[in-house]
Design a protein around this ligand. Structure first.
Ligand code: GDP
Ligand code: CA
Length: 312
């Protein structure tokens, strides 16, 4: 079977590790969010692609959920000693090497999709990892602060400001001209089923769905989603700040409605959200906390079972 999954960072990566464990013989293609990508110190950083690659490749800092295991921060300290900004984005020494390789290859003219494949030769994630697009396409956030109303890069709002200043809107700069990366539409066309993992519905899944052609291609498929919201709150992170910014309530029901019954065929919610319902969508309630790898695998299994019921 060929499974396609979209993915953001931590939530997506942990789910995918469970999916790979429960479906070891299936082919899995991951379409990763690149809206969070940023250029720092002249280096191209792709936080969500790297979180997926490190998590599935056994190189992730498990407690933190992002960045490398056994990391040191000498380069960051040295940059700070020179007074080089920004100092609010944590890049470890081992992680820096990934961004150096990526940036060198970009400079040499390789597209991000080929670079990601090259990086995965080392990490062997056991899935085919594709960026949503090879084109530069970054999420910016409109905020108002002491400097007035302005747009900042998503990472500045998320990491430096910890989403403490309300987002007025999000703009995916470059999306109009962006094309799905090579292999993305082909993978969707060949897929037996598509999974929307418990990733941020606005700035991870929502971003991927905005790339022209991707959402349209998914409409023809059996799509099962896993709610990132349990009992009215995000499990981890600040997804509520993103939902509020686009006028959507933080609930499993509202996220389902945001994705829409035209896209989603099956929706997994936590037991406390078992009242969720939408015409045309089969809803199932299961424990959705990825407390460990077995729990993540059980959630992935439930998503596969729901897909099977829907297509059977
Ligand atoms: P990011 O790019 O690192 O922010 O990660 P993602 O976009 O992939 O995922 C963030 C989302 O994952 C948040 O909205 C969380 O609510 C959700 N999430 C994290 N851990 C869990 C979990 O154990 N269960 C569920 N259902 N959602 C989770
Ligand atoms: Ca992210």
């Amino acid at each position: 079977m060929h499974i396609v999954s979209l993915a953001g960072g931590i939530g997506g990566a942990r789910f995918l590790r469970g999916l790979r464990a429960t479906a070891p013989d299936d082919q899995i293609t991951v379409i990763g969010n690149t809206g969070d990508d940023i250029t720092l110190f002249g280096l191209r950083v792709c936080p969500d692609l790297d979180t997926v690659m490190y998590t599935l490749g056994g190189g992730i800092n498990e407690e933190q959920g992002w960045g490398r295991l056994d990391e040191t921060h000498v380069v960051k300290e040295e940059l700070a000693a020179y007074g080089v900004e920004p100092q609010w984005f944590g890049l470890g020494d081992r992680d820096f090497a990934t961004h150096i390789v990526r940036s060198q290859m970009l400079e040499a003219g390789f597209p991000l999709s080929q670079i990601t494949q090259a990086l995965c030769t080392r990490w062997q994630p056991g899935v085919r990892l594709l960026p949503m697009t090879d084109d530069r396409c970054e999420t910016h956030v409109v905020i108002s602060d002491e400097r007035g109303r302005r747009a900042v890069h998503f990472q500045e709002w998320w990491v430096r400001l910890r989403a403490s200043v309300p987002a007025e809107s999000f703009a995916l700069v470059g999306v109009d001209a962006a094309k799905p990366a090579p292999g993305v539409l082909e993978a969707i066309a060949e897929a037996d089923l598509v999974i929307l993992p418990p990733s941020n519905p606005v700035v991870s899944i929502g971003t991927i769905l905005q790339v022209p052609g991707i959402r349209e291609a998914l409409l023809a498929k059996t799509v099962v989603g896993v709610s990132p919201i349990i009992g009215g709150a995000p499990v981890r992170g600040m997804a509520d700040a993103c939902l509020t910014a686009i006028g959507v309530e933080t609930s499993a029901q509202a996220v389902l409605e945001l994705y829409g019954a035209d896209l989603v065929d099956g929706w997994l919610v936590a037991p406390e959200d078992s009242g969720v319902a939408l015409e045309g969508v089969r809803v199932a309630a299961r424990p959705l906390l990825m407390t460990d790898q077995d729990a993540a695998a059980a959630i992935a299994r439930a998503a596969l079972d729901l897909a099977q019921e829907l297509s059977g």
